[in-house]
Design a protein around this ligand. Sequence first.
Ligand code: ATP
Ligand code: MG
Length: 723
Amino acid sequence: MDISHILDPLNEAQRQAVCVPPGHVQVLAGAGSGKTRVLVHRIAWLLQAEGVSSYGILAVTFTNKAAGEMRGRIEQLLKIPASGLWVGTFHGIAHRLLRTHWQEAGLPQDFQIMDSDDQLRSLRRLIREQGIDENHYPAREVQWFISARKDEGLRPENIDCHNDAHLRQMIEIYRAYEVMCRRSGLVDFAELLLRAHELWLKQPQLLRHYQQRFHHILVDEFQDTNTIQYAWIRILSGTNSHVFAVGDDDQSIYGWRGARVENIHQFSKDYANTAIFRLEQNYRSTGNILNAANVLIANNSERMGKNLWTDGHDGEKIRLYGAFNELDEANYIAGQIQDWVDGGGLRSDCALLYRSNAQSRVLEEALIKNAIPYRVYGGLRFFERQEIKDALAYLRLLNNPQDDASLERIVNLPTRGIGNRTVEALREAARSSGVSMWQALWQMQEQKALPARALGALKNFAELIDSLKAAMLDLTLGEKIEQVIQHSGLKAHYEKEKGEKGRARLENLDELVNAGRSFNVDDYDSELPEMDEVTAFLSHAALEAGESQADEWDDCVQLMTLHSAKGLEFKQVFLCGMEEGLFPHRLSAEDPVRLEEERRLCYVGMTRAMERLNLCYAEKRRLYGDDKYTRPSRFIKEIPEEYIDEVRMQGFAAQTAYTTTASFIQEENETGLQLGQRVHHQKFGEGVVLNYEGQGRHARVQVNFVSAGSKWLVLEYANLVLC
Ligand code: ATP
Ligand code: MG
């Protein structure tokens, strides 16, 4: 068979890694050097040159988006669908195993996945129920504790409390939480991994089956595997399989969530005769971007060290923009994207990356204002939006009456006269008789355990759920969702919400119906055992959380946190909010180890850019409701000036901003701007200057426009023309 299509697009070092005879392999190399390409070509090589069956290959990546791209690239190379091949994230693969072997894993067949928001709510409820002081045991801390222990493979009985009262209590909550999850048939994200690991330990015949099946295990982004993921691979690979791991120690960015970069070093100790390959040529970024990133990361001490180079051209310098505030930053970015598009560029080649999810809102608003389509990955994800979770909670409860978390979410939503006290009584009844809240509700009806009004309200709710269930029997998934949104009262509830937000919520609910209509359980994951459509859809919603949505839009700007940009590349990248306290994050700035992780994150962000990299910071930022004057990030200062082009605003506004440090009055005199002056603004038309404040770049001016009324404008960007 002709295999030149597999080898030709590779350089010599890459080719060696792709063609090495079966054995354990590690590819350790910097950003954009072709690690993922090597992994993909290795799979094609195994299939076409080594004659390995696709059934015998398991490939693991970090995000669903990356997994989708990887499968696409493999199929493109092979020119046929790679059926039988398992490609997925650790969570996705664990989920698949647990669905297939639910009995062996000790789970109910219709178990539901709980995302971290649901988990937090459940924990908050549980802590309250047990009469534990939330000030000493905040739900978020408990959640962190439980997830971290699970990631280390520890159940409550495996943790030693060392006679520490606080720790003992934490363990007790963990134990109670497990009981709750079991009773409700719920599984959180960390539990997926831990159960899948326990499946290997407790079911040797099952393990043997998969060991005999997967002779080749390939892992991308290996530097960010945590303890349980690595242990899972170790066991699965047994003595027969070959593991092919690619990674970059400079891109380890999940230490805060238990990832262990040490696994890179451990690998060659655990797997005898590991062949190690290094790649040094970068194909992604221009010289300026790559060199700047290399200098930045050289400030870290704990590195394996590498020398990345490119034979491409230097390209443009990195653009640095110091904004007046976060709104200005967002407007600047929107303007740059507009220019890019006007110059023939695609919006989907532009990515806005930020440290914290909360930054996205202002950016989104600027994009909306400028009519630039965009998609947010991660964070504010579609399936995490309030109204979507409300609708899904109905669906979940209808699907699984044991799901207390969902029942609590919607029992009084929209309000139907079921007060907190009634819910508490319900919770208490469920707890004391060890049943679900749904069962407790019926028991209470029989026993008349509440005042008549409360009983009546609960009865109405129960009847609503029953009637929804009956009405849904023969409907398609899309119709079911529509039914739920309509008849639960959710739609009417959100119709009452005024303004843009209410409209957006209704649109989102419509979009959910669309999602249901276009959902095809067979496309979702052909390897999953048969399950009903609703369960499949709910699992999809919890696991994929909107990641795959962007593809449905033709050409839109991509917004995501720096963390979720791992492995991806874009022609133009904006790193937003490069300010001390935000990036590096204030919680990490004082701790040298965490600071190095922040720097790696910056390295990851910079190396996503192929052609144009923009660094932006604001001198003043309102975030989490607080106004703060900020300083540019130390990471900006670590980049040599020779790679940077500082962007200055042009024209009238720029003159007032940069020509003098004298007071605004002097500048105003220089420019001829006076109180009562008539000015023209491109959008608002003509008006009269009423007032002004601030100096230089902070100067703002109040203008009373004839048609638009009075407005405060930042002088620097208002581009006012004197009339
Ligand atoms: P990261 O560390 O960010 O995950 P990576 O090492 O996985 O990066 P890839 O994404 O595989 O790098 O490759 C980076 C870019 O370079 C891609 O666009 C890829 O197609 C291209 N590339 C890799 N190797 C070659 C090559 N030999 N010839 C041409 N282009 C290449
Ligand atoms: Mg990669």
